[in-house]
Design a protein around this ligand. Structure first.
Ligand code: C5P
Length: 223
């Protein structure tokens, strides 16, 4: 491939998007948050009460979904059929259902196709669960991120609180992360797993800046 792709995968809430945004900014690449796409699809399915067991209904729903990214200073903003949903897709109802929706074969097929199209000719940084394994197995550099589950839950809890969510407890967040990690690693369709050639990055004890410095060093080695 002629264009450059940085693939970032890993467990839930271990700072993938923080690293991806910072790297994209530093490299002048486009940042694409693949999780936001699965979240937006989930929001549509919830709003329209789509029965995940009804293949025709899922197929039909996917045909009525149009997703678009609008980048503002490397913050990814996503629209669902023209509506800005970036805030709503981070809330608990979506978080609680996204792993089930994203495990669906038809949903994955559709999203992967769109993601591959987005990374066809431009230099990109994409984060998710299957970017280095399924979406861009030929990415020039792949990271696999991880961190202690308690540390991850605390970080996400603080983030929710800072956004005014006072009803979600630390326990709720911890359970949601554990549930998503389990569902994402055990599903049949492109489960979360480390690509053999991915660089492992455990950020339990390092700062975002240290993590970025490490990643830039790695990128320099691979490009
Ligand atoms: O990255 P984020 O935590 O926002 O992703 C939400 C969920 O979307 C994940 O828990 C996973 O179920 C799903 N996902 C996926 N494949 C991706 C990105 C996200 O299955 N490439």
């Amino acid at each position: 491939r002629k264009n450059l792709v940085v693939a970032i995968d890993g467990y839930s809430s271990c700072g993938k998007s923080t690293l991806a945004k910072a790297l994209a900014k530093k490299l002048g690449f486009i940042y694409i948050d693949s999780g936001a796409m699965y979240r937006a699809v989930t929001l549509y399915f919830l709003r329209n009460h789509i029965d995940m067991n009804n293949e025709e209904a899922v197929k039909d729903a996917l045909q009525h979904i149009e997703l678009n990214f609008h980048s503002r200073d490397y913050e990814s903003h996503i629209t669902l059929n023209g509506e800005e949903v970036s805030e709503e897709i981070r809330q608990m109802p979506v978080s609680e259902n996204v792993s089930e929706v994203s495990a669906h074969k038809l949903v994955r097929k559709d999203m992967v196709k769109q993601q591959q199209r987005m990374g066809k000719s431009k230099n990109i940084v994409m984060d998710g669960r299957d970017i280095g394994t399924t979406v861009f197995p030929d990415a020039q550099i792949k990271f696999f991120m991880t961190a202690d589950p308690k540390v991850r839950a605390e970080r996400r809890f603080k983030e929710l609180q800072s956004k005014g969510d006072t009803s979600t407890t630390l326990e709720d967040v911890f359970e949601n992360l554990a549930h998503r990690d389990y569902a994402d690693t055990t599903r049949a369709e492109s489960p979360l797993t480390r690509a053999e050639d991915a660089v492992i990055l455990d950020n339990t004890e390092i700062t975002p800046q240290e993590q970025l410095d490490f990643a830039i060093e790695q990128v320099k080695l691979h490009f």
